[in-house]
Write a protein that binds this ligand. Structure first.
Ligand SMILES: *Cc1c(COP(=O)(O)O)cnc(C)c1O
Length: 364
């Protein structure tokens, strides 16, 4: 049993059995006498780790053979530049703005071409996912961009936008491996691993092979071309070896629970505990519209900033860590990633109930 429940949005909680296994192997990986951290990325020992991790991800997500899996660096944020640099052939793209990260991606893309916002919920402080069934996609648009799960606002797409035949590119950082996905609906899926898969420092990109080519914007650095990494199977330079090793272990852990269908079922149960309470509480209320609610990031609030602050403080004293909302939205946010145990959510809701019963404060 760990001492606290960590509700951080990222870096975030990892499965305890994975951390335990990593600890057991820390000083001597498979009889090599070395830690995984110390092994050459050109060694056969590491080659097995990266091959097995990729294969496990392909199996878990049912990734079709005409997609590459790339292990990259620079955070999710660097993808905001790499995407336009690699895919803008007509100099046009369409962006769906559903939150902070989608907007960041849009702002970056504007440096490279003409960007249309085809849907946005910014007017209502990103509290919902707009209807994306009939978007005004530009004729010569190179791609349509979306962010599936909006980490800061606590919203998530429930149906895939209709991109009208254009390539759909999706930032899945905060819902990565939280439920099954149909990979072939997208030209590219990508996400940082620090929300649901591993320590910070690695981004996984899943890209349809025919989209990767030398036709990138002029002066795109070698390191920022997908082709560089695809040609060298993510070993053009030193990849974040330890993170890749942890991703492999996290995937095995998800498989041991029953795969992504089962993961989704567990995540729905966990989120329901908190949402049901929020809907019945007279102190706390949810910030995202009901039909747009995220399973991974639950945003909520009370009517008073002072009560919010008291709650965050008292929660921390009760083993509930990193529950404060992002400054862009305020209030509270509980991130319920795959590794958050059911008991963690129960503990949180129990504490919220007690806080409410005591009239919106918590004095010892
Ligand atoms: C956390 C997050 C990012 C930013 O990731 P970095 O690795 O810090 O650049 C981008 N998009 C989404 C959806 C996120 O949750």
């Amino acid at each position: 049993m760990r001492k606290v429940y960590n509700f951080s949005a990222g870096p975030a909680v990892l499965p305890e059995p994975v951390l335990q296994e990593a600890a057991d192997e820390m000083l001597d990986y498979k009889g090599s006498g070395m830690s995984v951290m110390e092994i050459s990325h050109r060694s056969s020992l590491f080659q097995s780790i990266i091959d097995e991790t990729e294969q496990a991800l392909r199996t878990l997500m049912k990734i079709p053979d005409d997609y590459v899996v790339l292990f990259l660096q620079g955070g999710t944020s660097l993808q905001f530049s790499m995407i336009p640099m690699n895919f803008m052939r007509n100099g046009k793209a369409d962006y769906i703005l559903t939150g902070y990260w989608a907007k960041k991606a849009y702002q970056e893309a504007k440096r490279y071409g003409e960007i249309h916002v085809v849907a946005s919920s910014e007017g209502d402080n990103f509290s919902y996912i707009p209807d994306c069934s009939d978007l005004e996609i530009s004729q010569d648009s190179d791609y349509v961009y979306m962010c599936e799960n909006n980490t800061i606002y606590g919203t998530k797409f429930k149906v895939c936008p209709n991109s009208k035949g254009k390539i759909l590119i999706n930032d899945i950082s905060s819902c990565f491996l939280s439920e099954p996905m149909n990979v072939s609906e997208y030209g590219m899926l990508f996400g940082g691993v620090q929300k649901n898969l591993a320590p910070a420092g690695l981004v996984i990109a899943i890209i349809r092979k025919d989209l990767i080519s030398e036709k990138v914007l002029p002066n795109t650095p070698t390191m920022l071309q997908y082709k560089t990494h695809a040609d060298k199977k993510s070993l053009y330079n030193t990849p974040p070896t330890y993170n890749i090793y942890i991703v492999g272990k996290v995937i095995k852990w998800i498989q041991s629970l029953g795969g992504l269908e089962k993961m989704k079922e567990i995540n729905e149960k966990k989120a329901a505990i908190l949402y049901d309470y929020l809907d019945s509480s007279s102190l706390f209320y949810g910030l995202a519209e009901k039909d747009s609610r995220s399973l991974m990031n639950v945003t909520f609030c009370t009517k008073s900033d002072a009560i919010n602050a008291d709650f965050v403080k008292a929660a921390e004293q009760n083993g509930i860590i990193s529950i404060k909302g992002h400054r862009a939205i305020g209030g509270m946010r509980a991130s319920l990633y795959n590794a958050m145990p059911m008991e963690g959510v129960q503990h949180l809701v129990g504490f919220m109930q007690e806080f409410e019963n005591r009239g919106g404060h918590y004095d010892e």
